[in-house]
Design a protein around this ligand. Structure first.
Ligand code: HCA
Ligand code: CU
Length: 390
């Protein structure tokens, strides 16, 4: 299991650019690259320089930035493409070709033998130029296993740095990923990368299982953006790994995650989903009275992620019918109000009755607490307010 020594290949600038809302300017790409570098991902992957003239220029620009992260570009399995990629000055080339019967039939029309020949030619070409090279098989989980292993073994034998398994259509289950990566781990010496789409909601679990089975590299994008509904999100993978052990992700500057999510969401014109891993608005919000009580005593009761580790704060929601008196007491203390437990229980009862009638706000709760603390002295003057209804 290589959970202790994995690397992230952050592909927001490649797979992420395939998200329908994404069309990054050069300055935006540089901004994303810098933020990912500061966060500490080991590699970033760029769109093929052959995609458009601007893509070539942008790859040159990013490759020339002073970054600690390795800069890789994606390319098709062709010498001309690899040459063009090398011309940009990047550190490595991520080569990919389709191996499923469907892709072979409806996309490039090649037989496995031809694919192996092309793969070996391109891989040795890039290695000869002194760059790192990865070879990956698109739609791996709908490809014949024997075909995959023949291809991987051939490129491994000539010294490829990494082979990639790609769940292009998001069809794989965590168990299938574990099995395939595990078997591959026994057959090749090189590093193993996993790239997983999220069509059926397994992208994070699949990436995690790949690591548990011996993969060394995992592809992510910010917010998971990519083709269709995207791939393993960086934040989601971090959450999964942190939950296993915070030490696994201690090498990253975790508080920078929120800004990355905010930046990319803005650039591609989406909101961060309310239930997003770590950075969603409700990710550290607790509501039910029973939860609130325990959280106030010890946050770990209901939190496997420490919001502080990500520069965030938890929020205990108290203005609703599920509230409890411990949470109301805690709020009174925050406001510096002295109220007996009996009074606080009475106030909590009032809050529940009010919340049954209509939605109430924290201001309403605060108003109530203040009035009770003042012995109802100002109730008359607040005839319009909620507390006056009691
Ligand atoms: C694509 C295909 C790809 C490649 C993955 C890889 C996929 O959209 O170009 O290079 O490993 O999902 O198969 O993103
Ligand atoms: Cu993909």
């Amino acid at each position: 299991m290589s959970l202790e020594r994995f690397s992230i290949i952050e592909s927001t600038l490649r797979e992420g650019e395939q998200f329908v809302g994404a069309s990054f300017t050069t300055a935006q790409k540089a901004e994303i690259a810098r933020q990912l570098d500061a966060f500490g991902v080991e590699c970033i992957e760029l769109t093929s320089p052959l995609a458009s003239p601007q893509s070539f220029e942008d790859a040159r620009t990013i490759a020339a930035l002073d970054l600690s992260t390795k800069v890789l570009t994606h390319t098709r399995c062709r010498i001309e493409d690899a040459q063009r990629a090398i011309d940009t000055g990047v550190d490595g080339v991520d080569v990919v070709i389709g191996t499923s019967s469907m892709l072979r039939r409806f996309s490039h029309g090649k037989e496995i033998e031809e694919i192996i020949d092309m793969a070996c030619q391109v891989v040795s070409y890039v290695l000869d130029q002194g760059l790192e090279v990865r070879f990956s098989t698109e739609d791996s989980f709908r490809s014949r296993r024997e075909d995959l292993f023949d291809i991987y073994a051939a490129v491994d034998a000539i010294g490829v740095n990494r082979v990639g398994i790609a769940d292009t259509v998001g069809v794989a289950t965590p168990r299938q990923v574990y099995e395939l990566v595990g078997e591959l781990r026994e057959r090749v010496d090189c590093d193993i990368e996993f790239h997983g789409h999220n069509d059926a909601g397994c992208a994070i679990a699949n990436a995690f299982e790949a690591l548990e089975a011996g993969a060394t590299h995992v592809d992510t994008t910010i917010l998971g953006i990519g083709e269709r509904n995207g791939i393993t999100p960086l934040g989601g993978l971090i959450a999964r790994l942190y939950a296993t052990s915070p030490s696994l992700v201690a090498k990253y500057d975790l508080p920078l995650l929120r800004q990355l999510d905010v930046t990319v969401a803005q650039m591609v014109g989406v909101d961060i989903p309310f239930n997003n891993y770590i950075t969603g608005i409700t990710a550290f919000t607790h509501k039910a009275g029973i939860h609130a009580k325990a959280i106030l005593n010890n946050p770990e009761t209901y939190e496997i992620l420490d919001p502080q580790a990500f520069g965030l704060t938890r929020y205990v929601s108290i203005a609703h019918r599920l509230t409890g008196w411990n949470a109301i007491k805690n709020r009174a203390e925050q406001l510096g109000l002295v109220l007996s437990d009996e009074t606080l229980k009475t106030i909590t009862g009032h809050i529940k009755v009010l919340a049954d009638e209509k939605p109430i706000s924290l201001d309403d709760v605060d108003g109530l607490l203040r009035r009770w603390a003042n012995g109802h002295r100002d109730t008359a003057s607040a005839s319009e307010s909620l507390g006056a209804e009691l």
